[in-house]
Design a protein around this ligand. Structure first.
Ligand SMILES: Cc1cc2nc3c(=O)[nH]c(=O)nc-3n(C[C@H](O)[C@H](O)[C@H](O)COP(=O)(O)OP(=O)(O)OC[C@H]3O[C@@H](n4cnc5c(N)ncnc54)[C@H](O)[C@@H]3O)c2cc1C
Length: 512
């Protein structure tokens, strides 16, 4: 459905069971959960789905190997279960990925080998494959690591990999199919209260209409790193809940990392984790963990963060990259939940936190993409209690995500659309000009832009190029080049919120 066709829902004078603020992984998961239990759910997203942190992840569906090293078995076990369910419920968006940890001492081989075997055991029947201890040659056969550093072997293990923003878009569609109303470009600017209890929100619709009052029995604040802004609307004296930490990734051509296996360095010299993960025929390398004081919707990388990633890539791998080799740099903000006595973001809680205010406002933040479903379940349980909704069990364990198919052909460039491939192909059959490629170096076609506008609620050039086709995350220069053509297609589709100039400005922030 086109986005502007659902505007009517915002004019309805009804009391929703649940209003969700925020359309990232958490909010969208909540909309799917609530609607599939039978509750009436309205989700409002200020920008586009996954515009925030949820499109800027490392693209891993993982249990969190490093939380294992911290001894957080419960968190890892829970995440491994969620990893398994995510792969089962959305095979078109996820895949099993081999990772190799190169090791440089016998102790490390023993330590990481044992840890990763425990990781396998914790995954139980949802395991993705057996951890293997590799000798030096087997390690070099799998990943292009430098031999200069006295490599003493490696550990190969399996985790999952996915397309984060497309997962978010498919969650929005799943929620709508289950009866939720899910709307992008609507910003919550205030909360409605009656006798001190939150009973709705006031919202501005970028498509038209400000000060829209929407009522609900329960309101969930799922705004990620922005939760404090909503908490302050509820009670200006609420102390800040989130300590934001910035994570930067660079994207390189596959020639710098010609391997199917991903690389995982568990502890760089300054004790950070570094990944190099093949993704859509490129390689994503990162990340950093830098505390920041300002929370921006388009966070920018610091020069030192880019240098840090390049330095470590060049240190561990045979290829040598320069800043000019970078295709894209993207930056996300982690909503780490503050503990009152810690100044260091890398040890703050990465588990999710739910707070129910005296007003009844339910706030959920933290966690990770992989655990979005469990987070949603916990949030809806709380909202149902606060809103005195009839008790309904969560049914999302095995709920198939929009696009689910059991016939995923990873060699088909359209496989990421799952069962929607047929629809895109029929657009191409109706109008052969839509088979034209947007850019000669990428498989993206004009048909996908039309599809994004007609069926995925894309409104702007950025929605298409950043979160439907992912070109901005693969090659910022290529995205800038094709932007005018995308704008033209959106205009032909009758779209009025195209924002070409805004996109060109934003995209410059993705250039190194
Ligand atoms: C660098 C980095 C790498 C990561 N890698 C991984 C990984 O590989 N695997 C993994 O499992 N997890 C990973 N994570 C964690 C994961 O990405 C996040 O936990 C998750 O995306 C958070 O989703 P969210 O919905 O809570 O927040 P967000 O995605 O930020 O969504 C919040 C939404 O609320 C909206 N909003 C804000 N204010 C308002 C308002 N007033 N009205 C309406 N809407 C509003 C925002 O626009 C935003 O879209 C990573 C995180 C970072 C930072």
């Amino acid at each position: 459905m086109k986005r502007w066709e659902i505007d009517e829902a915002l004019r309805e004078d009804k009391i929703w069971d649940i209003i969700v603020i925020g359309g990232g992984a958490t909010g969208l998961g909540i909309a799917v959960d609530g609607a599939s239990r039978g509750y009436s759910v309205l989700l409002l997203e200020e920008f586009d789905f996954a515009k925030g942190t949820s499109s800027r992840s490392t693209k891993l569906v993982h249990g969190g190997v490093r939380y294992l090293a911290q001894g957080n078995i419960k968190l890892v076990r829970e995440a491994l279960r969620e990893r398994g369910l995510m792969l089962q419920n959305a095979p078109h968006l996820t895949r099993r990925q081999e990772f190799v940890v190169p090791v440089y001492s016998k102790w490390d081989k023993f330590f990481y080998g044992t840890g990763l075997k425990i990781y396998d055991v914790l995954a139980g029947s949802l395991g993705l494959g057996k951890t293997q201890i590799l000798n030096t040659q087997e390690t070099l056969d799998r990943i292009p690591v430098s031999e200069k550093m006295n490599l003493s072997g490696g550990i190969a293990y399996f985790d999952g990999q996915f397309d984060d923003a497309r997962f978010a878009v498919n969650l929005a569609q799943t929620a709508m199919e289950r009866g939720a109303c899910v709307v992008n470009y609507v910003r919550v600017v205030n909360l409605l209260k009656k006798n001190g209890k939150v009973c709705g929100v006031v919202a501005n619709d970028k498509y038209g209409g400000t000060g829209i009052e929407l009522r609900a029995k329960a309101v969930i604040n799922a705004t990620g790193v922005f939760v404090d802004k909503i908490l302050k609307l509820d009670d200006p004296s609420t102390p800040a809940m989130v300590a934001p930490s910035q994570g930067v990734h660079i994207v390189l051509d596959k020639k710098f990392y010609p391997s199917e296996a991903a690389l995982m360095i568990p502890k760089t010299a300054d004790k950070r984790v570094l990944f190099a993960v093949p993704w859509h025929n490129r390689v994503v390398v990162g990340t950093t963990d830098t505390p920041v004081s300002e929370i921006l919707s388009e966070p920018l990388p610091y020069r030192e963060e880019i240098s840090f990633i390049i330095y470590h890539f060049n240190k561990y791998l045979t290829a040598q990259v320069r800043e000019s080799d970078i295709k894209t740099v993207f930056t996300g903000l982690r909503p780490l939940v503050r503990s009152s006595n810690s100044g260091n973001t890398s040890i703050l809680s990465r588990d999710h936190t739910i707070v129910v205010a005296t007003s009844g406002l339910v706030t959920i933040t933290g966690g990770k993409w992989t655990t979005y479903r469990k987070m949603a379940k916990d949030a809806v349980d709380n909202a149902a209690f606060v809103g005195k909704l009839p008790v309904m069990p969560c049914v999302t364990d095995h709920l198939k995500i929009h696009g689910w198919t059991d016939a995923v052909d990873n060699n088909d460039p359209l496989h990421i659309y799952g069962s929607d491939v047929a629809g895109i192909r029929s657009l191409m059959a109706e109008d052969p000009s839509l088979t034209e490629l947007l850019h000669p170096d990428f498989h993206f076609t004009k048909a996908e832009v039309v599809w994004a506008c007609r069926h995925e609620m894309a409104m702007t050039v950025e929605d298409v190029l950043a979160r439907r086709l992912r070109l901005l995350f693969l090659d910022a220069r290529a995205a800038i080049e094709v932007a005018p053509v995308v704008a033209e297609i959106l205009a032909n589709e009758g779209n009025k919120l195209i924002c070409l100039d805004e996109f060109l400005k934003t995209a410059k922030g993705y250039l190194p």
